[in-house]
Design a protein around this ligand. Structure first.
Ligand SMILES: Cc1cc2nc3c(=O)[nH]c(=O)nc-3n(C[C@H](O)[C@H](O)[C@H](O)COP(=O)(O)OP(=O)(O)OC[C@H]3O[C@@H](n4cnc5c(N)ncnc54)[C@H](O)[C@@H]3O)c2cc1C
Length: 406
């Protein structure tokens, strides 16, 4: 039976993340929205707190992450409630994103690549990479959604892999200490040959070509990276170097089982921020939001609020379920995509609707509502767009292959 009750330890860690969001992020949120590409120095001063957050966050996902390799395990023999690293990381992401999504994406040692490492690294690799700050580089100039179209190559040369290619839109690509890069070890073997590699920032042949200017999350650096005969140690490949054509793409795709609920949590955090602000605005305007009166008997704005709050609750529960399943070693690809699809569209809907319901003040820079409506859009795009999540859900529910339903 699923049990989503939060153990005391998780509540304490989420509370700590909330304090960081309220006391450090919110006060500097507008400053870095207006100063794109400027490094948020305040993040350095919170290093000690981040240490605490990461101790209870992504680092502990190790071994707890669910994946297809565990499909044979009998859920009946598993602990009823093994809430752990995934759920803790999810709650931390949610709380810090309530503060500011761009700053959350800039927290050292909490990158999307960290979740990917935690999902598939061996114990030895976790020793080496458990405490790095890892970004995630999949997208290339020739593709975004179709992650099987990777053209970056990795060729083994003695004790080193030699990587060549270009990666675009890499979140924290300039600031992170390591980058998880998707590359093909043999392009003639198709998607099965795509593997992920941990590339240290100072690896020879790796460079940042430029940073992007964006609609939102301006506090977060988004980089174009060039890999030109970039050399990394042989054992920096995540998972097996063998190309298993039967298993296909499953190895690298497993990383999404961890990262998608995390992105869902970011969307849920910014959604909650907008709902809280909107509730204050509506209350100040004398509009009562009642839980005892049918929505059709309330002010139209209150009825909208209730609808959006219901969406928020369902997005939260879907994300918690996906994280719970990962912590309990249950395959969660379907639920990870469901949670990201629901949270991604709820985030964009609620933040933009809140701007609308707040009127002119919602559109102005006096509040953060307009900023949140810009910040939330990316959460429905990266780590798989809304349409791609829906496609994955449809394939799984209808039992269709990617060739049958595209
Ligand atoms: C700010 C930012 C940060 C990012 N960070 C990272 C990062 O850290 N690492 C990384 O690797 N990438 C990152 N990305 C890239 C992101 O993951 C891609 O933009 C995303 O996967 C979509 O790819 P695309 O932009 O090429 O769009 P496309 O794949 O060209 O899609 C365009 C539109 O078509 C739709 N579409 C595509 N295929 C289908 C289909 N089969 N059925 C229905 N609709 C479809 C999409 O949903 C979308 O609406 C980032 C992007 C941005 C903007």
């Amino acid at each position: 039976m699923i049990n989503l009750e939060l153990p005391k330890k998780l509540r304490a860690s989420a509370n700590q993340a909330h304090q960081v969001a309220a006391q450090i992020f919110r006060p500097i949120s507008r400053k870095y929205d207006l100063a794109e590409h400027e490094y948020p120095v305040e993040l350095d001063t919170m290093a000690a707190m981040v240490d605490g957050l990461s101790d209870s966050g992504t680092q502990k996902i190790s071994g707890a992450a669910g994946g297809r390799s565990d499909e044979d395990e009998d859920p009946a023999t598993m602990p009823v409630n093994a809430n752990g690293g995934n759920m803790s990381a999810l709650l931390n992401a949610l709380e810090t994103s309530w503060g500011d999504v761009g700053l959350m994406l800039s927290i050292p040692y909490q990158g999307l690549g960290n979740a990917a490492i935690a999902a598939v690294a061996t114990d030895e690799q976790l020793e080496r990479f458990g405490k790095v700050w890892a970004s995630m580089a999949i997208t290339e100039p020739s593709f975004g959604s179709d992650s099987a179209a990777v053209t970056t190559t990795a060729v083994l040369d003695g004790d080193e892999w030699v990587l060549n290619g270009e990666k675009i839109f890499v979140t924290a690509g300039e600031r992170s200490t390591h980058i998880v890069v998707w590359a093909s070890v043999d392009r003639s073997l198709g998607r099965a040959a795509i593997k992920s590699f941990v590339v240290p920032r100072d690896a020879p042949g790796l460079s940042v070509a430029r940073l992007e200017h964006k609609l939102g999350i301006k506090a977060s650096d988004t980089a174009v990276l060039l890999l030109q005969d970039c050399r990394i140690p042989k054992d920096n490949i995540l998972g097996s170097p063998e190309v298993n054509v039967e298993k296909g793409f499953a190895g690298v795709m497993q990383t999404f089982d961890n990262t998608r609920p995390m992105v869902a949590a970011m969307a849920i955090g910014v959604t909650r921020a907008a709902l809280e602000e909107l509730r204050t605005i509506l209350t100040d305007a004398g509009i009562e939001i009642s839980y005892d009166t049918p929505a059709n008997n309330q002010h139209a704005a209150a009825a909208e609020f209730l609808r959006m709050e219901a969406d928020y609750e369902s997005a939260y529960l879907l994300a918690m379920r996906a994280a719970w399943m990962a912590d309990n070693k249950q395959p969660n690809s379907l639920q990870a995509s469901m949670s990201k699809a629901k949270a991604g569209r709820t985030g964009t809907d609620v933040t933009l609707k809140s701007v609308e319901l707040a009127g002119a003040v919602g559109y102005s820079q006096r509040l953060l509502l307009e900023k949140w409506s810009r910040d939330s859009k990316i959460l429905d795009i990266f780590e798989g767009t809304q349409q791609i999540q829906q496609l994955i859900v449809a394939r799984r529910v209808l039992n269709k292959t990617s060739a049958e339903l595209k």
